[in-house]
Structures are given as structure tokens and as C-alpha cells.
Design a protein around this ligand. Structure first.
Ligand code: S3P
Length: 176
């Protein structure tokens, strides 16, 4: 798929940046979580509660495969756990899109999630905020291995948009 895929932990700003990038590039944008909810006819919190995380991950993998197999151009925001499955990580690497990891320290993410929990289900018994450091430590190497570039999530939306849009507008610079 021609396009940009945004990956990173919950609260790093993928959806806001996807919307901003799409406006700047005049491309459509989609959020894997929203497509999944539309297809399921239920919220993610309900899917976690009624079907469990494994069933959610199956749905997430199916949506990812569908969206990455389109031609694009597209800006795609993903759920923070998309890198949990090896097959998803491989698809991201092989997608042909510019995959950008929005990297942020646990403190920053915790503060953002505290301000806007957004009905996100906890992933461990520790809870949404307390689990950030341990889940991020597990996922961080996967985000890095799946991405073609790393962007500091603490930059402003305008800065991140400009940085990624420039790479798309001047693709020679986006090569790894
Ligand atoms: C998840 C992140 C969520 C959503 C689901 C699971 C995760 O997406 O896919 O609640 O495992 O980190 P956001 O990163 O958009 O919150």
C-alpha cells in the first residue's frame, strides 16, 4: 500500500496525527480500531469484555490485512497492540508504506492516558495506567523493528505532520 502507517503505544497521538497528515497530503485516513468497531457493530471495550483479547486480536489482524492490501494512498492509524503478533509486524514491514513509530516515554503516555482514558480496556491486571511501563518495554523493540522511521511523539502535531509530509513529498529521503 502506498501511504503512511502510524504505530505506537496508546496515547501517543496516532489518530490526531493521521487526521492532520491526511489534511496536509489531501489523502484519506482510517483508524484500524474504528474500522474494526464498525465491522463488529460493537465497541472495543465490549469486544474485550464479551469475547476476550484473543478474539479482538483476530479481528484486528483481519482489518490490518485488508487495509494494507489496498492500493492507497492512505494514512492509517493503528491500535497500540498491533505489534503483538509477529504476522502483523511482518505485514507492516512488507507493506510498502512508510511506517512511523511515534515514540514516547512511559511518563508522557501515562499522563495522556490519565487525561483521556477513552474507554480503553486494561491489558493486564495492573490497570490502564500502572501497566504502561511494563507493556511498553515489551512492545518498544517490536515498534522499532516494524517501523521505517521513529518520530518523537512529544513534538507538536504541526511538527510531526511537517516531518512526515516532507518525507512523502520527497521520497528519496524516506529510505532507510
Ligand atoms: C490496544 C490499543 C487500542 C485498541 C485496544 C488495544 C493495545 O488502540 O486497539 O484497546 O493493546 O494497546 P489505541 O492505541 O488507539 O488506544
Amino acid at each position: 500500500m502506498r501511504g503512511i502507517v502510524l504505530i505506537g503505544y496508546r496515547g501517543c497521538g496516532k489518530t490526531t496525527l493521521a487526521r492532520s497528515l491526511a489534511a496536509r497530503l489531501d489523502w484519506p485516513w482510517l483508524d484500524v480500531d474504528r474500522v474494526l468497531e464498525e465491522r463488529a457493530g460493537r465497541s472495543i471495550a465490549t469486544i474485550f469484555a464479551e469475547e476476550g483479547e484473543t478474539a479482538f486480536r483476530d479481528r484486528e489482524a483481519a482489518v490490518l490485512t485488508d487495509l494494507l492490501s489496498g492500493p492507497g494512498p492512505l494514512v492509517l492509524a493503528t491500535g497500540g497492540g498491533v505489534v503483538e503478533r509477529e504476522a502483523n509486524r511482518r505485514q507492516l514491514r512488507d507493506s510498502g508504506a512508510l511506517v512511523a513509530y511515534l515514540d514516547a516515554p512511559a511518563d508522557f503516555l501515562r499522563a495522556r492516558l490519565e487525561a483521556d482514558p477513552g474507554g480503553r480496556p486494561a491489558l493486564t491486571g495492573a490497570g490502564l495506567l500502572a501497566e504502561v511501563a511494563v507493556v511498553l518495554a515489551r512492545r518498544d523493540p517490536w515498534y522499532r523493528a516494524s517501523a521505517g522511521m521513529v518520530v518523537d511523539a512529544r513534538l507538536t502535531v504541526e511538527e510531526k505532520t511537517a516531518c512526515l509530509a516532507r518525507l512523502v513529498e520527497n521520497p528519496a529521503k524516506s529510505r532507510r
